[in-house]
Write a protein that binds this ligand. Structure first.
Ligand SMILES: [Zn+2]
Length: 303
């Protein structure tokens, strides 16, 4: 059901990325036991990360979005990959703020706006590229648009929406539209106007039962939309035991032996997917020996 579409408008002078991901956001809600307002905040950030990941051209590229807004929900970290898959977390998932009189969840208040959005683009080269921009509202979509404008000099229109009822996520979708150099003012004006209607996306999909493609056709009917690629955005964590073993090795043999003796083993938690990895006393002792051997090897290499 979930889908991420890349496409073009107006004779390829405008790029668009559209996402429909209610299953992904519902899974994130269940994994992190998020309150309604934190589900909306994390859901919007996950969809943005999925799109930013899919924008990359390098196959294993990864884009990390870090929202530090100083609000009660705490920091949000989401990582999107080139295939549209994502992982993410929110620091205080249980923080709940009531919807306002219009029924809108106060995402901006939960995230806060006194801080920054940091975007780390890792193209698997020597160094990752880091961009940063001040948060505008903490509502996520506006902050992503500001990042594109300030850090990338790329004017973009961004819509991200998550709807919920008492049983869970009913709709989660988004849209990022970017004008390419050479786009006419007439086209820009049309795009701008149509972006007001993007607010209708969640209702059109969940209540009117329209597909993402139908919504795009409806939204951009006078801009000849053309779909060029479709993928399935998945909530996927890339943690595994080997990776955590490497992290443990990095702690050094003294610390590992201490853990083995004092705690009789160790349990590590992946904060992106809440998977627990347990290491017995014996396993930690073996890792400590390996860490010591690696240390001696490094010393010998330097001698
Ligand atoms: Zn994980």
């Amino acid at each position: 059901m979930d889908k991420l579409i890349k496409g073009l408008l107006a004779d390829s002078t405008v790029n668009f990325y559209a996402i429909n991901a209610p299953e992904l956001v519902e899974r994130a809600r269940l994994t992190h036991k998020t309150s309604p307002v934190c589900t909306a905040a994390l859901g919007r950030a996950l969809m943005a990360a999925s799109i930013l990941g899919a924008m990359q051209k390098v196959p294993d590229a990864e884009v990390s979005l870090i929202f530090r807004g100083g609000g009660p929900a705490g920091n949000i970290v989401c990582v999107g990959r080139q295939d549209g898959s994502v992982k993410g977390l929110i620091a205080n998932p249980a923080v709940d703020l009531p919807a306002n009189e219009n029924g809108k969840l106060p995402v901006g208040e939960a995230v806060g706006k006194n801080g920054t959005l940091t975007v780390i683009t890792d193209l698997r080269m020597k160094e990752a590229y880091t961009g940063q921009s001040a948060l505008v509202s903490g509502e996520i979509a506006e902050d992503i648009a500001a990042y594109f404008a300030n850090s990338q000099q790329q004017p973009s229109a961004v819509f991200l929406g998550v709807h919920m009822n008492s049983t869970g996520v009913t709709s989660a979708c988004g849209l990022i539209v970017q004008a390419m150099p050479g786009c006419s003012d007439e086209v820009l004006e049309k795009v701008e106007k149509r972006m007001y209607s993007a607010q209708e996306m969640p209702n059109l999909i969940s209540e009117a039962g329209m597909s993402l493609e139908q919504v795009i056709d409806w939204l951009f009917s006078d801009l000849s939309p053309r779909i060029i690629e479709e993928t399935t955005p998945l909530l996927h964590c890339d943690c595994n035991r080997e990776r955590l073993e490497r992290a443990l090795l990095g702690m050094g043999d003294t610390e590992l032996l201490k853990m083995a003796d004092e705690q009789n083993g160790a349990t590590l938690l992946c904060h992106f997917c809440n998977t627990e990895y347990s290491f017995t006393k014996d396993e930690l002792t073996v890792l400590a020996a390996a860490a010591k051997a690696a240390q001696t090897e490094r010393k010998d290499a330097h001698a």
